[in-house]
Write a protein that binds this ligand. Structure first.
Ligand SMILES: C[S@@+](CC[C@H](N)C(=O)[O-])C[C@H]1O[C@@H](n2cnc3c(N)ncnc32)[C@H](O)[C@@H]1O
Length: 169
């Protein structure tokens, strides 16, 4: 019985501590992701999508089904294991056990998916603009729910917003 309490306590701690460094785990809904990858940002096999905080990998798998490559950064080790297991049949998916704040985007990145809390949006756009400058090419950013203050929205579908970041000259 004691080991069960310890085990449940560890799981709660892992999921709980994430709240201090980013968004807690809430999965995106498959039917909306499908619509977004068709109508908001038509994804194809030339794309490399990066999900910042990839959870169970549902977004990565929808991207891979459309032929795109997909990389997820995930800080919760339990979700990393689950998403790797669920995505094991998709060769174009990579899940990195990493803190997004301390990571660089892959150089082939074309589009970034974010499902985060309003609190972190300012910090996220600073990080993504720095990465856009480093890569020296435009990047598309799909944000679910939260918006970036003062940044022009390229297109909307429901609670999904598409932004295009340009590298600074
Ligand atoms: C709202 S969930 C979104 C999950 C997934 N993107 C989706 O749409 O289904 C946010 C995820 O970000 C992860 N996360 C939070 N802070 C992070 C960080 N600094 N680096 C990497 N992942 C982080 C959480 O563990 C959680 O799984």
């Amino acid at each position: 019985m004691d080991w069960l309490v310890v085990f449940v306590g560890i799981i709660i701690l892992i999921f709980g501590f994430v709240v201090f460094i980013g968004s807690p785990y809430v999965p995106s809904q498959k039917r909306y992701i499908k619509q977004v990858f068709q109508e908001l940002y038509p994804l194809n096999s030339k794309d490399l999508l990066v999900d910042i905080g990839s959870g169970d990998g549902i977004v990565l798998r929808e991207a891979a089904r459309l032929g795109a490559s997909a990389v997820g950064f995930e800080i919760n080790p339990i979700l990393v294991l689950i998403s790797r297991l669920l995505s094991r049949n998709h060769k174009k998916i990579e899940v990195r056990f990493a803190d997004f704040w301390l990571s660089n985007l892959p150089s082939a990145t074309t589009v970034i998916y974010i499902f985060s809390v309003t609190r972190d949006m300012k910090r996220i756009i600073v990080k993504l603009q720095a990465e856009t400058n480093r890569l020296g090419k435009p990047l598309s950013v799909i944000s679910y729910g939260s918006k970036f203050d003062g940044l022009k929205i390229n297109k909307n579908i429901g609670a999904y917003h598409l932004y295009i970041l340009e590298p600074a000259r």
